[in-house]
Design a protein around this ligand. Structure first.
Ligand code: BGC
Length: 273
């Protein structure tokens, strides 16, 4: 293990792929990986101009970046994206399985399409991308000058992998699924030196939950659920992703890091119960 990597570029010479990297948490992770020295594939599904902006920003920090359009729920598109990455970058060291969406509805009104759309992107998408990454990790194995792991996978979960969420049962079910997808992969792949972990963000200011924080009244309601008293920022998650991607977390696998300002601490019990 390289115990004294360049502190400014701990991921130098590594190749990363971030899904859903054209906005929100994915964008922040892609930029932070680039700043940490990794070359980055910026996956997106819609809004190519946003992906191009993220690519420019990463290139500005001195790393290579390419934008790659793929619907992560479609096997052939995922396979095509990985083929393109291997062609352009040669390999993959880090996968940030970030792409996710919400299709909210009261339970009795939820359509099968809303259910399927959320499960397809949030859970099947993570499976398809992880499988493609693992195949390359296994083919290549450990390259000690690059990293002590053969590969690192970071699954973007949510506090809703453990907090039930009425009105969002498709989303909560997908994140509960991500939890055991991640842990089962971690258990199976640890002997191959592949580390798999999750980050469970709480409420982070991104487009997915804008309505929950973009008026003072909504933000005040939301803050009742956050003991630290502030809504999180994408950078809070990106910093965690860099640590999980680096050899600093070499002995960490199969765990979920909650980055939520205390949202999972049952805040109502601070004064109730
Ligand atoms: C959801 C957000 C929500 C947060 C906390 C996230 O996983 O995507 O919409 O604000 O969890 O409830």
């Amino acid at each position: 293990m390289n115990l004294s990597p360049d502190p400014l570029k701990p991921l130098k010479n590594q190749k990363a792929l971030v899904t859903g990297a054209n906005s929100g948490i994915g964008e922040a992770c892609a930029m932070a990986l680039g700043a940490a020295g990794a070359d980055v594939v910026v996956n997106y599904y819609s809004n190519p101009e946003e992906a191009a902006r993220v690519v420019d920003c990463i290139e500005g920090s001195g790393s290579k970046a390419i934008a790659c359009r793929a619907d992560v729920s479609r096997e052939e598109e995922v396979e095509g994206m990985f083929a393109e990455m291997l062609k352009q970058f040669g390999t993959i060291d880090i996968l940030v399985n970030n792409a996710g969406l919400q299709r909210d509805a009261p339970f009795h009104e939820m359509t099968l399409e809303q259910w399927n759309t959320v499960l397809a992107t949030n859970l099947t998408g993570q499976f398809l991308c992880a499988r493609a990454a693992v195949r390359e990790f296994l083919r290549r194995g450990v390259v000690p000058e690059i990293s002590s792991a053969a590969g690192k996978i970071i699954c973007m979960s949510s506090v809703h992998e453990v907090i039930p969420w009425g009105g969002h049962v498709n989303y909560a079910a997908s994140k509960g699924g991500v939890m055991l997808l991640m842990k089962s992969m971690a258990q199976e792949l640890a002997p191959k030196k592949i580390r798999v972990n999750s980050i469970a963000p709480g409420a982070i200011k991104t487009p997915i939950n804008r309505a929950a924080w973009d008026t003072p009244a909504a933000e005040a309601e939301l803050l009742k659920l956050i003991p630290e008293g502030r809504v999180g920022l994408p950078e809070d998650i990106a910093r965690t992703a860099i640590w999980l991607a680096s050899d600093a977390s070499d002995y960490v696998t199969g765990t979920t890091l909650f980055v939520d300002g205390g949202m999972t601490l049952y805040p109502g019990f601070a004064t109730g119960g």
